[in-house]
Design a protein around this ligand. Structure first.
Ligand code: TYM
Length: 328
């Protein structure tokens, strides 16, 4: 809980590539609305992005551009704290303490680890212990709620488990957080491969809509989106993942119900055209704001954000040190 009696919200995003529609509809637009109801802290998790091999400088360069995207989307530095994970050292210190109460077996069960390590020739230990750093991110700010997409559900449940274990072992020290997963848009699917979630690491960029795409690119990707052969517009994510994905995108962009929307269509073509148009209308003001942001202003916002974040994180870390009682 934040000191002003509002709940504390915390969430993070990796600077590992361009922001895509899944990030936006599943999480980032909820970051923006959460600013109104919670004391919100948002973090660019650059250390997490290092858990797979990167060239020197790659993550640093992506960080500033991602910060500008977040500001353009509507993260307001007057209302919330926006900062970079590696600028607050307590994250890695607390992560160690949480790794010490996390079981190897529970980390091994994480589906994100299984997915990300599949077919990789090099798997870092950081990729394996990644959820403990994520747990540290969250609890370092006494966070009550964590707005995320559905793919983070297991990580937040893991966070709750290890924080409860820490509190049992060392006394009531850390706040046990809850995820905030939206009812619509929590799992946006790849347009070319709707069995899979939309992701930065997709096989083909045609399946992924990036925030930086032009209206023409969005229209083209929507037009080519994979549907199915039965020709019926119905909201049925299980049996009709492609069509249901389009309905979900249209519904989240227009604040409507996907099942109700489905009744207005008899063909896939108009559904695709309307979905592209609705999305472009949502993204237009974001593109306009993005074009006005300069690197210097963005860097200054991150610097101030890191100071604000440190002011919250330091006393929590001190509480953890007191609880663990190492020699001082
Ligand atoms: P990341 O960077 O992969 O994604 C950022 C946010 O976008 C959501 N998301 C999606 N939502 C719906 N449909 C999709 N296809 C889709 N793809 C991504 C994610 O659920 C996420 O909310 N481990 C985290 C980053 C992290 C974090 C944290 C999050 C580190 N520490 C602390 C919350 C709290 C991740 O890799 O997100």
């Amino acid at each position: 809980m934040a000191t002003n009696d509002l709940p504390r919200a915390f969430s993070g995003i990796q600077p590992s590539g361009e922001v895509h529609l899944g990030n936006y509809l599943g999480a980032l637009r909820n970051w923006v609305s959460t600013q109104e109801t919670a004391d919100s802290i948002y973090c660019i998790v650059d250390l997490h992005a290092l858990s797979v091999p990167r060239e020197p400088g790659e993550i640093g360069r992506n960080t500033l551009s991602l910060a500008a995207d977040l500001l353009a989307i509507g993260i307001d530095p007057e209302k919330s704290t926006l900062f970079v994970q590696s600028n607050v050292r307590e994250h890695t210190e607390l992560a160690w303490h949480l790794q010490c109460v996390a079981a190897f077996g529970e980390l091994r069960r994480m589906t994100q680890f299984k997915d990300k390590s599949e077919d990789q020739s090099f798997i870092s230990t950081a990729l394996f212990t990644y959820p403990a750093l994520q747990a540290a991110d969250i609890v370092l700010y006494d966070s009550d709620i964590v707005p995320v997409g559905d793919d983070q559900r297991q990580h937040i449940e893991f966070t709750r488990d290890i924080v409860e274990r820490f509190n049992k072992r060392f006394g009531d020290t850390l706040v046990v957080p809850q995820h905030r997963i939206p009812t619509a848009g929590a799992r946006i699917r790849d347009l070319q491969n709707p069995e899979k979630k939309m992701s930065k690491s997709a096989e083909s960029p045609q399946g992924v809509i990036f925030l930086s795409d032009t209206p023409a690119q969005i229209e083209k990707k929507m037009k080519r989106a994979v549907t199915d052969n039965d020709g019926e517009v119905r909201f049925d994510p299980e049996n009709k993942p492609g069509v249901s994905n389009l309905l979900t995108i249209l519904a989240t962009c227009t604040d409507a119900d996907p099942a109700v929307l489905a009744e207005q269509y008899t063909q896939y073509g108009p559904l695709k055209t309307d979905t592209a148009a609705a999305l472009i209308a949502v993204l237009e003001p974001i593109w306009e704001r993005r074009a006005q942001l300069d690197d210097q202003t963005t860097a200054e916002i991150l610097r101030v954000g890191a100071d604000k974040a440190r002011a919250v994180a330091e006393p929590v870390m001190e509480r953890v040190r007191d609880a663990v009682q190492l020699h001082r």
